[in-house]
Design a protein around this ligand. Sequence first.
Ligand code: SAH
Length: 233
Amino acid sequence: MMFRATVLTLYPEMFPGALGLSLAGRALEAGSWSLDAVQIRDFATDRHRTVDDTPAGGGAGMVLRADILAKAIDHASPEGDGRPRLLMSPRGKPLNQERVRELAAGPGAVILCGRFEGVDQRLIESRGLEEVSIGDFILSGGEPAALVLLDAVVRLLPGVMGNQVSGDEESFENGLLEHPHYTRPQLFEDMPIPEILTSGNHAKIAAWRHERALELTAERRPDLIAKRQPRQK
Ligand code: SAH
């Protein structure tokens, strides 16, 4: 089963963008996943291909129309195609590695990218959209957020990352930030590589890395330590 991504956007030219290069790009070419960028404007009905209108109740900016978006969504993912429908939105649940892993294990995703002030609330409710945020800041549109989400998902797809182990040890996979890395040269501006890493003692190296990971997480992200299972602490 191939992971199928459909992105609904006013800027289909932004895709595959960064996802056309490197690991994700090679996997796309190899057919390990597929990406379809659908132009929302193609579903407009008037001569000017209007997709937005002024906010009910007044105020600044424009809002994407529910009727146009509904047609685009219904066309791109007919009822029952089994893919979750996501709306990139600063009001959404913050994206995390757990959700990324779930998405990667599924059939794909239909991703709606907002623009302007956002989308009509009735569209979100009628089409059961899951709002997903990539952080507490405001982008000018959902497209960069969709690229971020897909990048995180695609690297987990089978066969995309050469070295599977590296994926398992990454930051967040065990509830901790990752330990620091070093590579040659042995001496960089008077700073040597920590001796233990060149000792060849794999058990000691693993213990050292775990200690550093704990230390770093306690210092930078105490919230992650608090969330760990008691036996992990
Ligand atoms: N007026 C809205 C922000 C609109 S920004 C508000 O205050 O909540 C325009 C579009 O960019 C949004 O519809 C959304 O699709 C996207 N966007 C902005 N910030 C985002 C974030 N942090 N995560 C995901 N999508 C975001």
